[in-house]
Design a binder for this molecule. Structure first.
Ligand code: FMN
Length: 229
């Protein structure tokens, strides 16, 4: 997508109303009211504790073999957000939201298998033998994946954790917008992203000042088939 694509969003009609304040934290209300919000109060600063609480909920998400390949880079310094701005197609939410969370996927996350499965031995959920079985299988499978295969796993798990993050933020009264509109190469260089950490998406997080667009969706019938194509 080019710069014009990202600029065009400014011409789309959005209501001047603020994002809806949630009256409850009912899951269905949160799912309905979460929207991609692109206008933020630049003076509002979310606390580090609240960002951490949101991330703590996000990391309860499921992942392939429970390897939890997600890694988060929380960008809160204004100067750094300004450096990110041109890399992310000058999208205003990059500079105005309280923080931008870069969700990354570690393509070598399988190296934590011993630690993750060892914890299950310690809490009595499995024997040392079963743990060794799993760790060997994981090393064998994930360790031999092609670059594309490893990347796909990181992207799938990174997508799942991202959605959980956005719903957790909404439940706490904050707004978000996921962004794929950035140059991953430039991002990796500028932010010194470690090897094997692939950018999944950027998420602006803060206090929205204008609601996102009205929800429009294809009908369920158009996207669902039962039993067989
Ligand atoms: C992977 C991904 C990448 C996206 N990239 C951008 C982006 O770069 N800029 C933007 O303004 N919105 C971006 N969006 C938001 C979508 O436009 C938005 O989710 C969609 O229009 C549905 O609206 P809703 O999130 O308000 O329900 C992205 C969404 C996803 C899931």
């Amino acid at each position: 997508m080019n710069q014009e694509y990202f600029d065009k969003v400014k011409e789309v009609k959005v209501s001047d109303e603020k994002p809806k304040e949630l009256k409850d934290q009912n899951f269905f209300t949160i799912a309905e009211e979460r929207r991609s919000v692109r206008h933020y109060d630049p003076n509002f600063k979310i606390s580090k504790e609240e960002v951490q609480e949101i991330l703590e909920t996000a990391i309860l998400a499921p992942s392939s073999s429970n390897l939890q390949p997600w890694r988060f880079l929380v960008i809160e310094e204004q100067e750094l957000k300004e450096q990110l701005f041109p890399i992310a197609n000058n999208q205003q939410q990059i500079v105005d939201a309280s923080v931008v969370i870069a969700v990354l996927g570690d393509t070598k996350a399988f190296k934590n298998a011993e630690k993750i499965y060892g914890a299950l031995v310690e809490n009595g959920a499995m024997t040392e033998d079963i743990k060794n079985f799993y760790v060997n299988q994981i090393n064998d499978h994930y360790g031999n994946l092609s670059k594309e295969g490893a990347s796909q796993v990181a992207m799938i798990d990174g997508g799942i954790v991202s959605q959980q993050l956005m719903l957790a933020a909404k439940a706490k009264g904050y707004d978000t917008v996921p962004m794929g509109g950035f140059d991953p190469k430039q991002f990796v260089e500028k932010f010194n992203v470690p090897e094997n950490h692939e950018p999944v998406m950027l998420i602006s997080l803060g206090k929205g000042t204008k609601a996102g667009f009205e929800k429009t969706r294809l009908s369920l019938n158009e996207v669902t088939t039962w039993n067989k194509y």
